[in-house]
Design a protein around this ligand. Structure first.
Ligand SMILES: Cc1ncc(COP(=O)(O)O)c(C=O)c1O
Length: 360
């Protein structure tokens, strides 16, 4: 079954990249992973004091009740209608497992997060990418006309990775109303914009929201995500989810971060400021189109230059960005994750010299 399957493009490790360039790993700047440039040190310190008391010989509480309470406090969603997961990716996996199978279709606005296709196809479902409009808005007419009685899931991403734009709530509402199939909204980057489809959960039982602590909370390595849905859907998902996919130490870390949210808010504010500052600079550079972003990354189109060459030149300087130029829908584009001011300055300086060098 996996013979013709195109897998996830695994990112090489920083050590591998450094070795291939012949430089030290600490000289590599990762701007390709959409993670936070800072770790929540206070949360790490706090749980390091508790770590010896964690009963690692036992399974964690299978109902994750403490973590659900803290997510509930953060989201104001009923704790009984929350499912913590091993990252948002596991949430996508579980939902796909429940709603997709051979003969069923998954719809998504493309380009979008590549794992949607993988999770769908691994279920044997047919993945249908509905191309976005110019400017990357979801094509609501094409989405609606592509829905039929075989549609098991509609996968939306807001803000969308890699384009950074939002799906308007009106679009989500339209889709929820017009179809009986489940509508997933992946809000991995929610904290960078504050816009959520959550209010629609009261009205539509077919809506499922997926979030993560991997981005704004700076906890990518702890692998904590969660699902917000209605009680009925949560009952269904609980039947199919693995009983113990979260580690006790990571649960503690997530709970501390959720209860001390000032750190996250400061980190988000800094990144959003940097995003707008960088967008201003980049937009003034000749031959670059920088798309507006509601997330922690920018999508940049190189209008006159080969984006592959820009990517290679950045890499040669130890700066890793995501090269999306092979995809016809993002031809000529690179995606850059915002870092700290100093890191963003390093990118700007490198880009300036590369554009000068390649433009000659
Ligand atoms: C839209 C989207 N969803 C989910 C994920 C994965 O999140 P997690 O680390 O929680 O599995 C990513 C990571 O890049 C993402 O961009």
């Amino acid at each position: 079954m996996l013979d013709a399957f195109e897998p996830y493009g695994w990112e090489p490790s920083t050590e591998q990249i450094a070795a291939s360039l012949g430089i030290r790993p600490d000289k590599i700047l990762r701007m390709d992973l959409n993670t936070s440039p800072v770790a929540p040190i206070a949360s790490l310190r706090a749980i390091s004091k508790k770590v010896t008391k964690i009963k690692v010989n036992l399974y964690p509480d299978t109902s994750y009740s403490g973590l659900r309470r803290d997510i509930s406090d953060y989201t104001s969603h009923d704790a009984d209608s929350i499912i913590p997961t091993n990252g948002a990716d596991e949430a996508i996996d579980i939902v796909s497992r429940i709603f997709l199978e051979k003969g069923v279709e998954a719809l998504a606005s493309v380009p979008t997060y590549s794992y949607f296709r993988i999770a769908s196809e691994l279920q044997g479902a047919k993945y249908i990418g509905v191309p976005r409009l110019e400017g990357f808005e979801d094509n609501i007419d094409d989405l609606l006309s592509s829905i039929n009685r075989n549609t098991g899931l509609v996968l939306l991403c807001s803000p969308n990775n890699p384009t950074g734009n939002l799906t308007p709530l009106k679009t989500v509402e339209n889709l929820c109303r017009e179809t009986e199939s489940s509508i997933v909204v992946d809000e991995a980057y929610f904290e960078y914009c504050g816009v959520t489809a959550q209010p629609l959960l009261e009205k539509f039982s077919n809506l499922i929201i997926i979030r993560t602590l991997s981005k704004a909370f700076g906890l990518a390595s702890a692998r904590i995500g969660y699902i917000l849905a209605c009680a009925e859907t949560v009952r269904l998902i609980n039947k199919a989810r693995p009983p113990n996919s979260l580690g006790a130490i990571n649960i503690e870390l997530a709970r501390h971060a959720l209860r001390h949210r000032d750190y996250m808010r400061r980190a988000v504010r800094d990144i959003v400021n940097e995003r707008e500052r960088l967008r201003g600079y980049l937009s003034r550079m000749e031959g670059l189109e920088v798309y507006p972003s509601h997330a922690n990354f920018l999508l940049i189109r190189f209008k006159n230059l080969d984006a592959n060459r820009v990517y290679e030149e950045l890499l040669r300087r130890g700066i890793v960005v995501r090269n999306l130029s092979q995809n016809p829908l993002t031809r000529g584009c690179l995606r850059v994750t915002l870092g700290l001011k100093k890191q963003n300055e390093r990118l700007l300086t490198a880009l300036k010299s590369i554009l000068e060098f390649l433009g000659r």
